[in-house]
Design a protein around this ligand. Structure first.
Ligand code: UD1
Length: 380
């Protein structure tokens, strides 16, 4: 039997989306007013980039998989739009909900907005003010056409207001990624990843790299690897490598070079639970990811962001993050300072408390029109 209620298309496509949609889906499923339908665009498709996260986050398989795969920015975005439109035409939803800043986010919101379907953007308003990042374009465009802008910090609200978004569309709800982190932190203690990799608590550095501005640029990538070459002489560096970065290392002939560095452990990407455990036990995290800046803030683990800017300044102001750029000497200096320094004492940003998804669904529940909602009909 088809469940009644407002039909919500919840869109996920790439690795950092899955831990954001999991708590929202949970909340939507608990309430009879809503009929959530999970749409996977297929932007990420490898087991370690996608299915592993469904298993770890206790997510059921997607209701629809668009299977678009990789391609250039335009190819990927265009394919997602075409495939998503087909589904929207066949089974029109009452709301399309997108998360984060990946190509799937902007592609699906564009399709929905043009068909006059309300769009909700979770993690709205973040800005790096760097339009060379594909994600920044995705964020700005998605926010411009969204009807609900759910934000995770107050500077996101300020960014949106400055861009002319009416205040009544903006809802400060907190951080859904942290909902998942808090829910699964306990479970991650049963991970055997530390033993599998023979690592000891606080005695290794964890690194992730995948931004095109770092890994597609041979000079920058070489520089970061030079810095890591030094750091690993002092403490092992564990580097679960993103497929994009592995491809680039091969392309620039750097794979053999790093294979010879004894304390640099280049390993395959891993699922959510194992990675959470590795973050939680690390002495320090080096990264160019957005989400990891937030997760290390809540875990209280020092984080050096290897980028020139961040769309998440709250992790610097209130958390454990420092944005240090990609100059090898600076990376080495900042790392040394952390390895020699005192443990950091972060504050947890407001509403990064495990209840963000519940707030989102409460707001939808109060503000959406429910033409076929059984509860409402009964009450009348
Ligand atoms: C995408 C997001 C980025 C996010 C990142 C997390 C955009 C513009 N970028 O970047 O914001 O931080 O995901 O991972 O949406 N590949 C595989 N297997 C996969 C997926 C990708 O091998 O399952 C390889 C392909 O060779 C592909 C490359 O990785 O060409 C890049 O994938 P793509 O989805 O284009 O971008 P990401 O770098 O993953």
């Amino acid at each position: 039997m088809v469940r009644p209620g407002a039909k919500i298309f919840l869109v996920a496509g790439a690795r950092p989306n899955f831990m954001k949609i999991a708590p929202i889906l949970d909340q939507l499923r608990k309430r009879a007013q809503f009929r959530p339908i999970l749409i996977h665009t297929g932007q990420h498709y490898d087991d370690v980039m996608s299915r592993a996260f469904f298993r770890d986050l206790d997510l059921l398989s997607p209701d629809v998989n668009l299977g678009v795969g990789s391609g250039s920015q335009a190819q990927q975005t265009g394919r997602i739009m075409q495939e998503f439109e087909r589904v929207v035409v066949k089974r029109p939803p009452d709301l399309v909900m997108v998360v984060g800043d990946v190509n799937s986010t902007v592609a699906c919101s564009l399709v929905a907005a043009k068909r006059h379907i309300p769009v909700a953007h979770v993690e709205a308003g973040l800005r790096s003010f760097d339009r060379r990042m594909p994600e920044e374009i995705n964020r700005v465009l998605t926010d411009a056409i969204s009807d609900y802008l759910f934000t995770s910090c107050s500077d996101a609200d300020e960014n949106l207001l400055r861009e002319g978004v009416p205040g009544e569309k903006i809802f400060f709800v907190g951080n859904v990624m942290i909902d998942s982190l808090l829910k699964f932190r306990e479970k991650s203690k049963s991970s055997t990843i530390m033993e599998n990799l023979s690592l000891r608590r606080r005695e290794y550095v964890l690194m992730t790299l995948h931004r095109p501005s770092n890994v597609d640029e041979p000079k920058i990538l070489r520089g970061i690897l030079r810095a890591v070459g030094q750091i690993q002489q002092r403490m092992p560096v564990v580097f679960p490598i993103h497929p994009r970065s592995r491809k680039m290392l091969q392309k620039f002939g750097l794979e053999k070079e790093i294979a010879g560095v004894s304390n640099l452990r280049v390993i395959d990407p891993m699922g959510y639970i194992d990675f959470l455990r590795l973050m939680d036990q690390a002495r320090l995290v080096l990264t160019d990811s957005g989400g990891i800046q937030e997760e290390t803030t809540v875990l209280g683990i020092p984080c050096l962001t290897l980028r020139e800017n961040t769309e998440r300044p709250i992790t610097v102001r209130e958390g454990t993050n420092r944005v240090v750029g990609t100059d090898p000497q600076r990376i080495i200096r900042e790392t040394e300072a952390i390895l020699e320094g005192q443990p950091v004492r972060p504050r947890k940003p407001k509403f990064w408390d495990g209840r963000a998804a519940a707030r989102i669904v409460d707001i939808l529940s109060k503000t959406m029109n429910f033409p076929q909602a059984p509860e409402k009909r009964r009450r009348r």
